[in-house]
Design a protein around this ligand. Structure first.
Ligand SMILES: C[S@@+](CC[C@H](N)C(=O)[O-])C[C@H]1O[C@@H](n2cnc3c(N)ncnc32)[C@H](O)[C@@H]1O
Length: 234
């Protein structure tokens, strides 16, 4: 047994490996053919935000897989990544990925490091709090910014949109792809886009592109939006 197996696989229950009490590894598969793959996620069901896979993350990861031609060789930043399923899929597809989450939550960032190793992926982990202008954000220059279920607390909307707008301005032609529960109120998101000079270029109901086997395991009114600068810098 390798060190990794000793660290992770203690028991198996309903197809999920358990690494210690309240912590489990879930497997997420993409594609049916030989080009498909599985990503393993370490979840802690005792923790709150950021330590388990939210439905929006399942939807965004599936979208990344379906849009895989866009992800080869591009720079990707995932904001509020938590368990990071979309970013890890992008890394598997050949993107240069930086996984980020609130810099005040070291347990979430440490979990990202463990998942990077578990999946043998080469991505960067960075503490990035929305609305904070720490030095590393200036060098990110992503072509694609990902965010799953980051639009859930209206008090954070301005900070999140400030960071998204900065990242889009730093990289001409870039796009923010986000999945969110419509409980947050689409009108408020539209208002924020106008306020931050952004526009929505694509809006999908997540259930319109999810395979039925995945759609049946998630609930809620999940939408996916692609957002760019309204007046892009060329
Ligand atoms: C609802 S969870 C979604 C996690 C993951 N994207 C998913 O869908 O499974 C929201 C995430 O945003 C992060 N977050 C919340 N406020 C933040 C902030 N001000 N700056 C950066 N990240 C933040 C949380 O730590 C958490 O990981």
């Amino acid at each position: 047994m390798s060190d990794e197996e000793e660290d992770t696989s203690i028991e198996s229950e309903d197809g999920e490996e358990h690494i210690k009490q309240m912590t489990k590894i879930s497997s997420h598969s993409f594609g049916q053919t030989s080009e498909g793959f599985t990503i393993k996620i370490i979840e802690n069901i005792e923790e709150e935000y950021g330590m388990f896979v939210w439905p929006c993350s399942v939807a965004l990861a599936e979208y990344v897989w379906q849009q895989r031609l866009r992800f080869s060789g591009v720079t990707v930043v995932e904001l509020g990544a938590g368990t990071s399923l979309p970013g890890l899929v992008a890394a598997k597809l050949g993107s240069d990925v930086t996984l980020t989450d609130n810099s005040t939550r070291p347990e979430v960032l440490e979990n990202m490091e463990r998942m990077r190793e578990l999946n043998h992926l080469n991505c960067t982990v960075l503490g990035l709090t929305w609305g904070d202008w720490a030095a590393p954000i200036f060098n990110l220059k992503p072509k694609i910014v990902l965010g799953a279920d980051v639009l859930y607390d209206t008090k954070d909307f301005d900070d999140l949109f400030a960071t998204v707008t900065f990242l889009l301005q730093s990289s001409p032609g870039s796009v923010f792809i986000t999945s969110y529960h419509n409980r947050s109120g689409h009108h408020l998101i539209e208002y924020m886009m106008v306020k931050w000079s952004l526009k929505c270029t694509k809006l999908l109901d997540a259930f319109s592109f999810m395979p039925s086997c995945k759609a049946s395991s998630i609930s809620g009114n999940i939408q996916l939006a692609e957002i760019t600068l309204d007046d892009p810098i060329t």
